[in-house]
Write a protein that binds this ligand. Structure first.
Ligand code: NDP
Length: 338
């Protein structure tokens, strides 16, 4: 059983060498009377929250660090090989929390669900139809209370979450601008996802000037994936009653000292609302989300771009690449096609 293990806790940016590829010779067998499942891992998801889990920090992060010397864990798509649980049978395709290895024993199936729509690419259950999709849906519709015609700005806009937020906002009839860190991504935003405008934030010397160029009348909704200086500039460019959904702050996750945000007082002057949220609190809306998104997907009104790295051995590089903007779209690792 090939595995990707956490070798040491990380300080600063995670590196490939913080993980190690190993082979376990222990024969995997579902224990007698177990309520769990033995699975073959097909796809593994790389998500930004996994970076902070590689650090041994006690800073209020919402989930505990990975265990040293153990396989990295995260969302994945798996095939059930053996089941001690009446809800899953041999051959079922499931999505849920699994290990970065070829085969896993999953004792707790609490976060595991059977895949119902098998006529969409399986890997979409790590992205569009999985946690990032739910994040875009809940973070935009529930947290931002958007209305037709509003001015929407999205950072890390071509990523797993951002590309969907932009398309949801366009379907609602909003004016949508996204920022991304490479011209190739800016091109996707404008030409594939239908954003009205997009810019490369790495080529903008002054974020305030850039935002004023695209939002001369100000921003109604900011879907924040990055935090830091860009958030500060948005705070200077809000319209009255603006809403900021703080989805993530990836620009801050690996800094020893996080950047101060100086313009928070503007929340008062603009009667604006800035709300952090965790997607885990919105999973009761998953059926509603599927009802909304699947028809659009089938009609081709929503598209999804993935970046698929092949082979378990490519997983460390794929994960650390998230923090350097290497991924174009949702980063997935293909472990085995079936
Ligand atoms: P992405 O697919 O967008 O991948 C991460 C991207 O972040 C990179 O490609 C890069 O894009 C950008 N990035 C990396 N480092 C920096 C930096 N220093 N400054 C600015 N941008 C940077 O990831 P996701 O869509 O999966 O996640 C987006 C955000 O949503 C993250 O902050 C994540 O933590 C958060 N999240 C929150 C959830 C919640 O429950 N609140 C659930 C899921 C995700 P670029 O090249 O454009 O810079």
């Amino acid at each position: 059983n090939k595995q990707v293990l956490l070798k040491n806790y990380v300080s600063g940016y995670p590196k490939e060498s913080d993980m190690v590829l190993a082979t376990s010779t222990i024969k995997l067998k579902l224990p007698e009377g177990s309520n769990g499942v033995l699975v073959k891992n097909l796809y593994l998801s790389c998500d930004p929250y996994m970076g902070p889990r590689m650090k041994n920090l006690n800073n209020g992060f919402f989930i505990e660090p990975f265990k040293l010397g153990s396989p990295i864990t995260g969302n994945g798509i798996c095939k059930v090989l053996k089941s001690g649980n009446p809800n899953f049978k041999e051959g079922d395709l499931v999505s849920g929390v699994t290990g970065w290895e070829q085969y896993s024993i999953i004792e707790s199936t609490k976060y595991m669900s059977k895949i119902q729509n098998t006529d969409v690419p399986l890997s979409y259950y790590t992205g569009l139809l999985g946690m990032p999709g739910m994040t875009a849906y809940a973070g935009f519709f529930e947290v931002c209370s958007p209305k037709k015609g509003e001015y929407v700005f999205i950072s890390a806009a071509s990523g797993a979450v951002g590309q969907l937020v932009g398309q949801f906002a366009k379907l609602l009839g909003c004016y949508v601008v996204g920022s991304a860190g490479r011209n190739e991504k800016v091109d996707l935003l404008k030409n594939k996802f239908g954003f009205d405008e997009a810019f490369n934030y790495k080529e903008e010397p002054d974020f305030d000037v850039a935002l004023k160029r695209y939002f001369p009348e100000g921003i109604d909704i900011y879907f924040d994936n990055v935090g830091g200086k860009l958030l500060d500039a948005v705070l200077q460019n809000m319209r009255s009653h603006a809403r900021i959904s703080v989805c993530g702050m990836i620009s801050q996750y690996n800094l020893e000292q996080t950047e101060g945000v100086h313009n928070l007082t503007n929340l008062v002057w603009k009667s604006a609302r800035m709300v952090g949220f965790l997607v885990a609190d919105y999973y009761h809306l998953y059926p509603k989300f599927l009802e909304y998104v699947v028809p659009y997907l089938k009609e081709g009104k929503i598209v999804y771009v993935e970046d698929i790295a092949e082979g378990l051995e490519s997983a460390p590089k794929a994960l650390v690449g998230l923090f350097k903007g290497c991924n174009v779209g949702k980063q997935v690792v293909l472990v085995s096609p079936e």
